[in-house]
Design a protein around this ligand. Structure first.
Ligand code: AMP
Ligand code: ZN
Length: 503
């Protein structure tokens, strides 16, 4: 059975066939790093993570996934100016924070995270070619614009009626973000202003000093990187949130196709729906944002967020509420309990065949069908929770071994990533080097608040215990074991070092 995806370009569910057999190129528009990304942004990134993991672990494709970081735009220049910093210094902490939040949410890293400011040369090359073939022109303000009138295919993705397109020099826009209702010539390259120079947002180009426009960035980075990676000049899949269909993706198509001469920039366009709060899009502008940092502070398990989001298909709007988050936390707890019980059971009952193995097989088929059906994650999760019911019944009756089922659950969680933090083994052995660097500090006897801080605390105590054992101070080693235990952590000694896990 093949993967079928809803393609925004054709408004149809289509069979997915990659351009190069066995391998897929994927481009997803990344964050504008002018601030912390909110959990609405991450709903889109989590949908893309599901796509990514399904392509790799479900279907076995080799994947080349690019996610850009927009590190120069109007907002960044304004904010950097106010802060008296260069754009580089201004965005760096947000880039760092984005990667931390990504890891916390268990989003698999893409193969490349190009920063716009590091790809200015390919952007200049793209603009030069568009100027040469007449799809771009220099305005009297010194900026370079794309000419919609010279690109007849404009509007295909967003299905704009060309008769309604308002084009022409008098109406073009130079802002990165502009009103949805008007299609206008947009800026490819903005002529330099003193405030750009001040924050280090200006580059020399044959057509004048300036800086790239937002839409141009994605076209140039995508084409440059997939070309170098051997994927040619057309993407298999391009994804983002629905708000990017127009004008951003429409403009990306126009620039890229005017550059390559091809009729498509990406074969399949996928768009994730919004995360809402009481019916309104989560957005900094509406003052209704929650960041992954907020949720982490509140002790929310990242698995619960993933589970909550995947309970709704990526093409449906989703409202975030405290209740839905609490219900999701319960859901993953049940999953964690089942998994724990299964592991215990598998140690007791060793045979392979039996009803649990059959259930595993049937589950894998159902899960696969759902995921291949335009990433129907609610269907895949329904299969998983039916499996829990059935599995618990069979374990009650002590029928057959659980080895196969454990394996299959491991596989499905490589795709979903929703097993709760509790019960997960934190391996201390390799983390030692990094953590012992801070070993000079006295360790608190009581755990700090926050999941991350607690994990760090527990691993550091585990290392301290290892030291105590090495010094043959067994009394101290036992004391540390008890201390961790009373804080809800179990420590196990393995041949190559200790393992800690939450009880
Ligand atoms: P930005 O940093 O504004 O460029 O947005 C990064 C990504 O987040 C884009 O793919 C947007 O479509 C997406 N996005 C922004 N707000 C939301 C939201 N409330 N729900 C889902 N995705 C969003
Ligand atoms: Zn983009």
């Amino acid at each position: 059975m093949t993967l079928r995806l809803f393609n925004t370009l054709t408004r149809q569910v289509e069979d997915f066939t990659p351009i190069h057999p066995g391998k897929v190129s994927l481009y997803t528009c990344g964050p504008t790093v002018w601030n912390y990304a909110h959990i609405g942004n991450f709903r889109t990134f989590l949908f893309e993570d599901l796509l990514r993991r399904w392509l790799r672990y479900g279907l076995g494709y080799e994947l080349y996934h690019v996610m850009n970081l927009t590190d120069v735009d109007d907002r960044i220049i304004n904010e950097s100016g106010k802060a008296g910093k260069t754009i580089r210094d201004f965005v760096d902490p947000y880039v760092q924070a984005f990667f931390e939040d990504r890891d916390w949410l268990r989003i698999e890293p893409a193969e490349a995270y190009p920063r716009a400011t590091e790809f200015v040369q390919p952007m200049i090359g793209l603009v030069e070619r568009l100027l040469a073939n007449g799809t771009a022109y220099k305005g009297e303000d010194g900026s370079v614009y794309f000419s919609i009138a010279r690109f007849p295919a404009y509007g295909r993705l967003s299905r704009l009626d060309r008769r309604e397109l308002k084009t022409g020099a008098s109406e073009r826009v130079s802002a990165d973000d502009y009103a949805k209702e008007d299609a206008r010539d947009w800026v490819l390259w903005k002529a330099v202003r003193p405030e750009d120079e001040k924050v280090g947002a200006a580059w020399d180009a044959p057509f004048g000093r300036g800086r790239p426009g937002w839409h141009l960035e994605c076209s140039a980075m995508a084409l440059d990187l997939i070309g170098k990676a051997g994927y040619g000049d057309e993407l298999d899949i391009h994804a983002g949130g629905v708000d990017l269909i127009f004008p951003h993706h429409e403009d990306e198509i126009a620039q890229s196709c005017a550059f390559t001469g091809k009729s498509d920039f990406a074969r399949v366009w996928l768009h994730g729906e919004f995360l809402n709060v009481r019916g309104t899009k989560m957005s900094k502008r509406f003052g209704n944002i929650t960041t992954p940092r907020d949720l982490r502070q509140d002790g929310v398990d990242p698995a619960a967020i993933r589970y909550l989001f995947y309970q709704t298909g990526y093409g449906q709007k989703l409202d975030l509420t405290d209740d839905s988050l609490a219900a999701a936390s319960n859901g993953i707890r049940r999953l964690g309990e089942f998994y724990g019980r299964l592991r215990q059971y598998a140690q007791e009952v060793k045979e392979l065949a039996g009803p649990l193995a059959d259930a595993a097989e049937a589950f894998k088929v159902r899960f696969t069908e759902a995921m291949n059906d335009n990433l129907n994650s609610p269907g895949a999760l329904a299969a998983l929770f039916d499996l829990i019911k059935l599995g618990n019944r069979e374990m009650d009756a002590r029928k057959g071994g659980a080895g196969r089922l454990l394996e299959t659950l491991g596989w499905s969680d490589r795709i979903l990533g929703i097993l709760p933090v509790a019960g997960q083994v934190l391996v201390v052995r390799t983390a030692g080097a990094e953590i012992s660097a801070e070993a000079g500090e006295a360790l608190a006897e009581t755990p700090p608040s926050g999941t991350d801080a607690q994990e760090k605390w527990a691993t550091r105590w585990a290392l301290a215990r290892q030291e105590a054992k090495r010094a043959r101070n067994y009394k101290e080693a036992d004391r540390i074991r008890d201390l961790l235990k009373s804080a809800g952590w179990e420590i196990r000694d393995k041949a190559d070092g200790p393992e800690v896990r939450r009880l």
